[in-house]
Structures are given as structure tokens and as C-alpha cells.
Design a protein around this ligand. Structure first.
Ligand SMILES: [Zn+2]
Length: 284
């Protein structure tokens, strides 16, 4: 099943509302059924508030995912930095239990001054250690860690790297950010085949569980070093286009929440994607 929804507050939401309390009714009004909340600059949400949001989203049958803080960097070989990254993950997971959220998106790591190989090996090893540490907690509930495919060349997170990381444990599933994949490779996603290829890579590492993923979609401007900035569906230059992906999602029976990260138009563009997907589903 595919669910559709926005990440954070879109500009039309902000014209009417100020608080996440109003988000469930807003999403219901727009016929959307998932939502991503970002802990971008730290886990600064009171338990009581998290519980209140969690109850509201549950009542409305809206699936919530969380984006972990941007400070996480599992490529960093420094032990203190590793402990901090672990702390951000554990802090997010604890809040997620109150929010009734199961999927935690995070950026795996940045290369700093290392080679790509060195940075990736650190990331892989540290996420393995992270899983061992998480296993020592008995109060985290059910969760999925969702490392994201990244758009800038200095970041760890090609499709292949994410697939390898996900092969560590069944509780790690990919966040496929197709705008990032397209931007990283200078516009590589055009045809159905291009999109199918992404899932083929996942399948080669993850076998039958290749079709359980989390998805971010937006058009993204790119340059020589990959991602520059998030755009909206009004863009006609950079892409990628959603139509071929919609066909592939249907064909491969993908199970995902599809989150729009369009710049300011997340709600509108999530609705556009849902409409395209529904038309394609009916015709097949
Ligand atoms: Zn992200």
C-alpha cells in the first residue's frame, strides 16, 4: 500500500494554522494519510505534547514518520561524535513511541576529509554498533531505522550504500529520496527503467524485503556537486518526474509512505502524486 502526505508545514497550512495539533484535520481535509515530522535541530518536543499529537494522529488514522536531527554523522570516527549520534537516535525513538510513529529517517554520514570508502566503512560499522546498543534498551517499542539516499557528493547515501546498510538488520529499511538520487547523478531518473533499476539494486542486497521502503519525493535543483535546493512540481527543468515512478510502485507492489518535500508546496504536491497514482492504479 502507498500512503501520501507532506513533510512539515506547507505554506498553505501556515496561512490557516500554527500548530501540529491542527495537522490531522488538515490532512483529512486534503485526503492525505501520512505525515513526516522533523526533529531537524534536536529532539525538542515535550513528552506530554508528543503524546497529545500521537493520540490525534492515531484517531485520524494518519501514519507518522519522524526525521532525525541533521547532526547525526555515523561516518565520524570520533567516539564522542558517535555517542552523540546514538543519543539523537535514542531520543527520537523514545519520542516516537509517544507519537505512535515507527519510521525514523536519518542521514547516515558525511565524508568530512575522508575518502568515500573510509567514510562508508565507518558508517557501516557504526550503524552495526548502533543496532547492538538499541538492543540493550527494552523500552523503545517497535521501530524501523530508515537511512536516506542523499543528494550531495560529500554525503554517504547512494542507493547501493543504503542497500548495504539496510542489509545489517531487518529493522533497517531504505528511505529512497528520488529527488536526491536524481540530483546526485546529475539527472539520472527519467524512464520507468531508471526507477526500476533502483529497486533492482535493493533486491540484490535485501531479497524479498526490497519492496518495504520509505519514500521522499520532490524535484531538486542540482549542479556539479549534486543537490542545490528543493523545488516544487512547478519546475520543468531538473525533475525527476513522478509519473514513471508511480507506474513502477504499482507494478512492483511497493509498500511505502510517500512524503512530499516540495519547497512550501508539500501538501499540494502530495495531492498531485496521490491523484497520479490513483489514475495509474485504476488503469492497470
Ligand atoms: Zn533528509
Amino acid at each position: 500500500m502507498i500512503k501520501f502526505g507532506p513533510s512539515g508545514f506547507s505554506q498553505d497550512f501556515e496561512k490557516e494554522f500554527k500548530s501540529t495539533v491542527d495537522m490531522p484535520q488538515w490532512l483529512l481535509k486534503h485526503n492525505l494519510n501520512c505525515y513526516e515530522m522533523a526533529f531537524t535541530y534536536g529532539v525538542n518536543l515535550a513528552d506530554e505534547t508528543a503524546k497529545k499529537y500521537g493520540d490525534l494522529f492515531k484517531e485520524s488514522e494518519i501514519e507518522v514518520s519522524v526525521h532525525a536531527p541533521y547532526y547525526i554523522n555515523f561516518a565520524n570516527p570520533n567516539e564522542e561524535a558517535f555517542a552523540k549520534s546514538v543519543m539523537y537516535i535514542v531520543g527520537s525513538l523514545k519520542k516516537m513511541k509517544l507519537l505512535n510513529a515507527k519510521k525514523l529517517v536519518f542521514h547516515p554520514g558525511t565524508m568530512m576529509k575522508m575518502t568515500r570508502e573510509e567514510a562508508f566503512n565507518n558508517t557501516y560499522k557504526n550503524i552495526k554498533r548502533l543496532i547492538e546498543i538499541l538492543d540493550s534498551y527494552d523500552d523503545l517499542g517497535e521501530f524501523y531505522l530508515c537511512p536516506e539516499t542523499m543528494g550531495k557528493h560529500g554525503q554517504i547515501g547512494t542507493v547501493e550504500e543504503i542497500a548495504k546498510i539496510c542489509s545489517i538488520d531487518k529493522r533497517i529499511i531504505p528511505t529512497l529520496d528520488f529527488g536526491h538520487i536524481n540530483a546526485f547523478n546529475g539527472g539520472s531518473l527519467k524512464t520507468e527503467k531508471d526507477y526500476e533499476n533502483v529497486f533492482k539494486i535493493l533486491k540484490s542486497y535485501l531479497g524479498d524485503r526490497f519492496n518495504k521502503v520509505h519514500i521522499h519525493f520532490s524535484k531538486i535543483e542540482y549542479g556539479k556537486k549534486g543537490e542545490i535546493k528543493h523545488l516544487t512540481f512547478d519546475d520543468e527543468v531538473f525533475g525527476p518526474n513522478f509519473e514513471p515512478l508511480a507506474k513502477v510502485l504499482k507494478k512492483l507492489n511497493i509498500d511505502a509512505c510517500l512524503i512530499s518535500e516540495s519547497n512550501g508546496e508539500q501538501t499540494r504536491d502530495a495531492e498531485i502524486m496521490r491523484n497520479i497514482y490513483n489514475v495509474i492504479s485504476k488503469n492497470n
